[in-house]
Design a binder for this molecule. Structure first.
Ligand SMILES: Nc1ncnc2c1ncn2[C@@H]1O[C@H](COP(=O)(O)OP(=O)(O)OP(=O)(O)O)[C@@H](O)[C@H]1O
Length: 582
């Protein structure tokens, strides 16, 4: 039952990339042509015997046999063509489905994306659609076409054999049911133990991902991390080999027993025909049919094994798809102009650990809120909550007095511009990095303006960043990268503007430029500014001081600097750093 349900979902995905009528046309065409060919081929020897021993003239016999052979081989040629088309469609499936797969990841909640389970789900989903013809959905498609062809052919052959001698057929079938049960046992073992292998595979692919990222190369070399990598690789590979060894041992034993059952089946059936002194045409037909049937049966078993084994991948892909579906069904309200955002006793937990506790504050249009605090205090998590990337575990975030969770996130995100500490630059043109859109949909004038504002007037919008897509691409300094991220925020006509440590990599002049442009540009927005440089907080309407996930102080710079508390400590520490200890 499970297999049929999974088959349905495989075809549902397949017909996203291929027209239903084409898929079914090719499939039925393949089954029809190949089965007709097989029937003609199986009956041909007996017909030749009958005709040559009859009183018909040689010419008529020759014409009849020649005609039959021509039809048979014509069908075989046609079937080869159909099969190659079918193979092409299943091969193209992975490439056509991949963009949809990526689109689904964009629908995921950030929390799931950040989690280990999320990473495993993506790895497994990807494995299901993009791991070659022998794994995952493509294997199920290929094997299903093969299976259905062999099943119909096998039934046709059984019919022919049953007509020749029914007892031999019953004997053959009985032994093959035994073989099938053994096969099921092997598949169940695979399904039960695959999660173990998945876990190891995810750990290996995390290591590989880290190794493959070019920017990690310098750290790995300079800190001699190679021995650490080798140690972990050896550990995981050893576990994988162990797993595979067990599976191969079980498979080999079952294959041996299956061959034995098969041989017994053929020997018994033919022995019975000879023992009962059957007619020569019957024996010849039975021999040809049993040989063909044997071939079909072996392939049928292999197909069934592969289809059942690969069902696990369908289940994996369905788990992956369910995450996006869940998100799609979240809020649908459209956002009108954003006037105020309020955090009402918001808490947020990661893996049962609360990292934001009972936070309340409010920000209106045209205001700037600065968030300060020690490392790990929860500042970045707070703005991720505000962006709707994370959902509060307690409390509510309100947009114009309505819960944020009821809004359509895509629509909300169009009104938000954020610069995080770990934002990425893609290896595409400067203009595309700034606009976040292909060149054809980029407002070039606005890109040039944003670059000028962020101190990058000399950067050509058409220059490619990095060398993954173009070997002539350039690499930017850390400060230039941060300025380019500022240009990205400037380019957007956002209503909520958020900066997380926007000047950490900037020299003092560039930092001064950032604050000048920030003040001049974002006076109609709701602005959030996270910074360890407390000078920046002088410009804020309100400062939130965070410690261990809580807001421990709240107010203006003038008020907070006079209060005994963390803000005063941070302020004095920074002052001493710049002025020298007295
Ligand atoms: N997805 C997550 N998984 C596990 N822990 C998390 C996650 N997100 C946040 N945390 C934890 O929450 C705490 C707050 O992290 P956050 O990044 O918000 O701090 P921060 O105040 O921005 O720090 P910094 O000033 O160093 O940037 C940290 O202890 C962090 O480990």
């Amino acid at each position: 039952m499970e297999t049929f349900r999974n088959w349905k979902s495989v075809f549902r995905l397949f017909v996203i990339t291929v027209k239903k009528s084409v898929a079914f046309g090719l499939w039925l065409g393949d089954i029809g042509c190949s089965t007709l060919f097989l029937i003609l081929f199986t009956l041909l020897p007996a017909i030749i015997i009958q005709l040559t021993t009859s009183s018909l003239s040689t010419l008529i016999v020759a014409v009849f046999i020649g005609g039959m052979a021509t039809v048979a081989y014509g069908l075989a040629a046609l079937d080869t063509q159909i099969q190659s088309h079918l193979a092409k469609k299943t091969f193209l499936f992975r490439y056509q489905y991949l963009p949809k797969f990526a689109q689904d990841i964009f629908q995921w909640p950030q929390k799931t994306l950040d989690s280990v389970e999320g990473k495993t789900l993506i790895d497994q989903g990807y494995e299901a659609i993009y791991n070659g013809g022998n794994t995952g959905l493509e294997a199920i498609l290929n094997r299903t076409f093969d299976f259905s062809r062999n099943l119909v052919q096998g039934m046709a052959l059984l019919f022919i054999m049953g007509w020749a001698n029914i007892r031999s057929v019953i004997w053959l079938l009985g032994l093959n049911v035994l073989a099938l049960l053994l096969q099921r046992w092997r598949n169940n073992w695979f399904i039960k133990h695959k999660p173990e292998r998945n876990r190891i595979n995810t750990q290996v692919s995390n290591l590989v991902r880290t190794l493959m990222q070019r920017q990690n190369g310098k750290d790995i070399r300079l800190f001699h991390f190679d021995s650490v990598f080798t140690k972990y690789f050896q550990k995981f590979i050893h576990q994988l080999v162990d797993w595979q060894r067990k599976y191969v041992r079980i498979s080999a034993n079952i294959n041996g027993v299956q061959v034995l059952l098969n041989t017994l089946g053929i020997a018994g059936a033919l022995g019975w025909l000879i023992f009962t002194k059957s007619n020569i045409s019957v024996i010849v037909t039975f021999m040809v049919a049993i040989q063909a049937f044997n071939g079909r049966l072996t392939t049928l078993f292999q197909d069934l094994t592969e289809i059942s084994r690969n069902q696990v991948y369908v289940a994996d892909l369905e788990k992956f798809l369910a995450v996006a579906d869940q998100q799609r069904h979240s809020g649908k309200k459209q956002v009108t102009a954003i006037e105020r955002i309020t955090f009402d006793r918001v808490s947020y937990s990661v893996n049962d650990t609360e990292v934001i506790h009972d936070v309340s504050f409010s920000i209106g249009k045209g205001e700037t809120v600065a968030i300060v605090g020690e490392n790990g205090a929860g500042k970045t998590t707070l703005i991720k909550l505000m962006c709707g990337l994370y959902q509060p575990t307690r409390g509510e975030i309100l947009v114009n007095d309505q819960p944020l969770r009821e809004f359509d996130m895509d629509n909300y995100w169009r009104r938000v511009a954020v610069e995080f500490q770990d934002d990425i630059l893609l290896h595409v043109t400067v203009a595309e990095n700034v606009s976040g859109k292909p060149v054809a949909h980029t407002d070039r004038k606005r890109v040039v303006w944003a670059l000028r504002q962020s101190g990058l007037a000399n950067l050509n919008p058409d220059t490619i960043i990095g060398n993954e897509l173009d070997s002539k691409g350039i690499s930017l300094s850390g400060g230039q990268q941060q300025s380019l991220l500022f240009a990205r925020v400037l380019y957007r006509k956002a209503e909520i503007v958020i900066f997380d440590e926007p000047t950490a990599a900037l020299d003092p002049l560039a930092e001064q430029n950032f604050y000048d442009k920030f003040m001049a540009t974002f006076n109609q927005q709701l602005n959030i500014l996270i910074s360890h440089r407390l000078g920046s907080t002088l410009r804020a309407n309100q400062i939130l001081v965070m410690q261990a996930g809580r807001i421990v102080q709240q107010g203006s710079h003038q008020a907070l600097v006079k209060q005994k508390g963390l803000y005063q400590e941070l302020w004095l520490a920074q002052k001493q750093l710049y002025q020298g200890k007295e």
